[in-house]
Design a protein around this ligand. Structure first.
Ligand code: ADP
Length: 490
């Protein structure tokens, strides 16, 4: 099958979170299944920097052309360790900016213009390259114009006559909401406005949900949560109306990138048969943080975007209790100013028991996964979550809130299920619940045989992309036959 993925992030070229990791790995897994896969993304400044670091020049894919008043150039490179083409949409005014999601020089949020240009230019380039996909797979609101364009453009570009569309929701907290006066930017016929409108504004995610042939969410629990008012950020009525076309598919992990047996970013390689070597990574991590590498006692790793979603604010009120109990913390994150301030503050007052690094540092993320004893993810909501999967793969049992993909991927230890448990979980989004569960994990940590078993149970899970990639192909086959896909919802 010919499949084209459209994503605002693709690891290792540009990434702010899990979306990039998925768009960088799923297409490769589908290519390994024998499909003809391509990926499209904007040519951000960050992408130039990533290409420079990796070496190798991108090729020009086709002559520059214009989309409305904007001139665009299309370059072509490959996803690493694969033959999967990555097409880059170049338009300096919109993509050559300091950060992925930078606003315009005026400070205005021109995301609708940027991502409409991305999608329109990608679709125009598919036409020019005679590359008509059978499946156009859009990721999140940035690419959601693609299913709308295929469904509602008049006339529809003939090259998409046999194209079916899939929209994957990675995060519903970001929907791409803009004033109705900007609707013409999308290039859709005027009578499509009511379909893209939600609550008096253009809502790109909503339009994509209405238009796509199938909608996928990044875990079965998240797919159920977004049918309810609590989990859908206002879009539950729309999602309920598409229930028969919605399915949850959990993310996999890229075995060449997140694998302690081959990870070039960690001190010492290890696998389930040599897990004792993980201690070398622990020592290296602690030494690099200025902490005593020989001190026993649980070290908890934390990595993530500093947003309300991730629930890190639940930690700070009980950090004193946990540090007082002998637990140390190594945290990496960037985002909201107030949370960054808290990280600095606790780094200063914890007497070296809490080490917080504010910034985005991929190498450090790998070293934390390999070096920490346990990994904390107290998310308020979590569509899938990748860090808990990485920590399972690295033998670093995760301590999570039982929501979304965290509920689907971590088997909490309850004192009786050491045969199959892989981590710890709590339900209430409160500092007390977090504290009690971290303390419970600490008691288990002091039983080395139990702890090793939990770590090994996690390391032996199969989180490769193969299975999920097959499930996506099942969705593609269903939509091409005109069938619904909603198979794992109540
Ligand atoms: P989300 O997509 O909501 O950000 P995920 O757990 O699905 O959460 O994916 C997060 C990804 O981003 C992981 O690969 C994680 O290591 C990475 N990440 C998040 N914050 C940072 C950071 N400050 N430095 C390095 N990597 C980070």
């Amino acid at each position: 099958m010919r499949i084209s993925h459209l994503s605002a992030e693709v690891t290792p070229f540009a990434k702010s979170g899990g979306l990039g990791d998925v768009a960088g790995a799923l297409p490769k897994a589908q290519a390994e299944l024998g499909h003809d896969v391509a990926v499209w993304m904007p040519l951000y400044r960050e992408v130039w920097e990533a290409m420079r670091k990796r070496g190798g020049e991108p090729e020009v894919a086709c002559e520059p052309f214009s989309v409305g008043a904007q001139q665009v150039g299309i370059l072509r490179t490959k996803l690493p360790d694969s033959e999967v083409p990555l097409f880059l949409i170049g338009a300096d005014e919109y993509f050559n900016r300091p950060h992925l999601y930078s606003t315009a020089a005026t400070g205005e949020d021109d995301g609708i213009v940027r991502y409409a240009l991305f999608v329109r230019a990608a679709m125009a380039a598919m036409h020019r390259l005679w590359n008509a996909p059978e499946i156009l797979h859009a990721h999140d609101w940035h690419a959601a114009l693609a299913p709308m364009a295929v469904a509602w453009d008049r006339p529809r570009d003939w090259i998409f006559q046999n194209t079916a569309t899939v929209l994957t929701i990675h995060n519903l907290a970001y929907q791409g909401i803009y004033p109705r006066r900007l609707f013409p930017v999308l290039g859709l016929p005027p009578d499509a406005l009511p379909q893209a409108d939600w609550d008096g504004a253009v809502n790109l995610m909503k339009g994509g949900i209405v238009a796509a042939d199938a909608i996928t969410a990044v875990s079965p629990t998240f797919a159920r949560e977004i049918l309810t008012p609590d989990g859908a950020f206002g879009l539950d009525p729309i999602l309920r109306s598409r229930r028969g076309d919605l399915i949850g598919i959990v993310n996999g992990i890229d075995p060449l990138v997140w694998n302690p047996a081959v990870d070039p970013k960690i001190e010492v390689h290890y696998d389930a048969s040599t897990v004792a070597r993980k201690l070398e990574n622990r020592r290296a991590l602690l030494a690099s943080c200025g902490m005593n590498p020989d001190e026993r006692g649980m070290v908890v790793g934390i990595i993530g975007r500093l947003t309300h979603q991730k629930g890190f604010d639940l930690l700070f009120p009980v950090l004193g209790d946990l540090v007082g109990a002998g637990i140390r913390f190594v945290m990496l994150g960037s985002g909201e100013r107030e949370l960054e301030r808290q990280m600095h503050r606790y780094s200063n007052i914890s007497g070296g028991r809490f080490w917080g690094f504010v910034g985005f540092q991929d190498d450090l993320a790998h070293r934390i996964e390999a070096g920490a004893d346990a990994f904390l993810m107290p998310s308020r909501f979590e569509p899938c979550g990748l860090n808990q999967l990485y920590s399972l793969a690295y033998g670093t049992p995760p301590i999570v809130r039982r929501v979304g993909g965290l509920a689907d991927t971590v088997v909490p230890y309850d004192g009786t299920n050491r045969e199959n448990a892989t981590g710890f979980a709590f339900d209430a989004a409160t500092p007390q619940a977090l504290r009690d569960t971290v303390l419970w994990a600490q008691r288990c940590y002091h039983d080395p045989a139990l702890w090793t078993q939990l770590a090994l149970n996690g390391m032996r899970q199969d989180f490769s992309w193969k299975h999920s990639a097959e499930l996506y192909v099942g969705v593609y086959n269903a939509v091409r036959r005109g069938k619904g896909v909603g198979t794992n919802l109540p």
